[in-house]
Ligand binder design. Structure first.
Ligand SMILES: NC(=O)C1=CN([C@@H]2O[C@H](COP(=O)(O)OP(=O)(O)OC[C@H]3O[C@@H](n4cnc5c(N)ncnc54)[C@H](O)[C@@H]3O)[C@@H](O)[C@H]2O)C=CC1
Ligand SMILES: O=C(O)C(=O)CO
Length: 325
């Protein structure tokens, strides 16, 4: 059986799949494949291990409905039309858990960087504007003992809350579709309504999936209900906040700062005005970019392919209701 990997990932994935008797082809370039290139490659393979930002939409899935498994090299599955894959009987897998710590570290880093205007200060050094002692210039704010609000307390949200509680003794509140007893027990976290999350958080960190329900959830109205000292952090997906509304909220002082690992669109244009604001810290979607996380993801993605092509249930399924063919 033949597997196609759409961009280079850690070697361990190929090693595991070849050990399982599969023939593996990897797209040699680092660029995203075009739609045509991807379909043509998939038509010659039994499984796709999808790495780039290709949109696996209805048109793609119908053209490649022969695939026995689609294994995503990510936790997020917003780039694939899961309902359509399910309708066509294609099992889809993802890579949960192994990147939770790395992504939470990124959220924590962005929170701190925004609180101290760190990226802005760094830019000033590069521009020859070293800040000689001025007791009132570009002050940051402190976070110890403040309130962290988590929107979407799943695996990554839990890790972020754990860091905030452990390092800064922050009070943890969260809004989720259902209560998280483990976080309540271990972190003293309290479930609050979305409105309460907005009005009570000193730092509000987003960790839900991007879905029709969460798209543009942080819009002008939401930002207007947040505290003027609040820092907004998003390491989940750029589509969950409305960029124009965020820019207005930062420029008008409606909120204090923002840390983003994700933007909409990606890549963010180099001349995007958000990059110039003193109170933003922006990274190019590096949440899971550690040696450890990327290797764990490669293993999980390979395990999904191997199971699917053997006719077993995927160990990390996105649509477990689909019977493996
Ligand atoms: N920046 C990066 O590199 C990375 C970003 N991500 C993003 O982080 C997201 C979360 O990942 P995990 O924590 O592993 O997922 P998870 O499934 O463990 O947690 C998501 C949580 O959000 C909750 N949720 C979903 N919809 C909601 C809604 N409408 N309102 C309130 N809560 C809602 C779920 O109940 C769940 O508890 C992924 O979907 C992905 O988009 C994931 C990994 C790396
Ligand atoms: O896993 C994901 O969803 C990412 O965004 C990158 O690892």
């Amino acid at each position: 059986m033949k597997v196609f990997i759409s961009r280079a990932i850690p070697e361990i994935a190929t090693e595991l799949m070849e050990k399982a008797g599969l023939t593996v082809t990897q797209f040699p370039d680092r660029r995203n494949m075009s739609r045509r290139e991807l379909i043509d490659a998939c038509l010659q393979h039994d499984a796709l291990l999808s790495v780039g930002h290709e949109h696996l939409d209805k048109e793609f899935l119908e053209a490649c409905s022969h695939l026995k498994v689609i294994s995503l090299y990510s936790v997020g599955f917003d780039k694939i039309d899961v309902a359509e894959a399910t309708r066509l009987g294609i099992p889809v897998g993802n890579t949960p858990g192994v990147l939770s710590a790395a992504t939470a570290d990124t959220a924590f880093l962005l929170m701190l960087a925004a609180s101290r205007k760190a990226f802005y200060q760094h830019k000033k050094i590069l521009n020859g504007q070293w800040n000689y002692y001025d007791p009132t210039a570009d002050l940051g704010i402190e976070l110890y003992g403040k309130t962290i609000g988590i929107f979407g307390l799943g695996k990554i949200g839990f890790e972020m809350a754990k860091r905030c509680k452990g390092a800064y003794d922050m009070k943890v509140i969260y809004h989720n579709r259902s209560a998280n007893p483990e976080a309540e027990r271990e972190l003293g976290a309290t479930w609050v309504s979305f409105e309460e999350l907005l009005s009570q958080s000193d730092v509000l960190s987003v960790h839900t999936a991007l879905t029709p329900e969460t798209k543009d959830k942080f819009d002008k109205t939401a930002f207007s209900k947040m505290r003027s000292n609040a820092i907004f952090v998003n390491t989940a997906r750029g589509g969950i906040h409305n960029e124009a509304a965020l820019k207005d909220a930062l420029e008008s002082g409606t909120i204090w700062g923002a840390g983003l690992d994700v933007t909409n669109p990606e890549p963010m244009a180099a001349d995007n005005p958000l990059l110039q604001l003193p109170n933003t810290a922006i990274l190019p979607h590096i949440g899971s970019a550690t040696v450890e996380a990327r290797e764990g993801m490669a293993r999980r993605a390979a395990e999904n392919v191997i199971a699917g092509l053997k006719g077993d249930s995927l160990p990390y399924p996105v649509n477990p209701e689909v019977k493996v063919r």
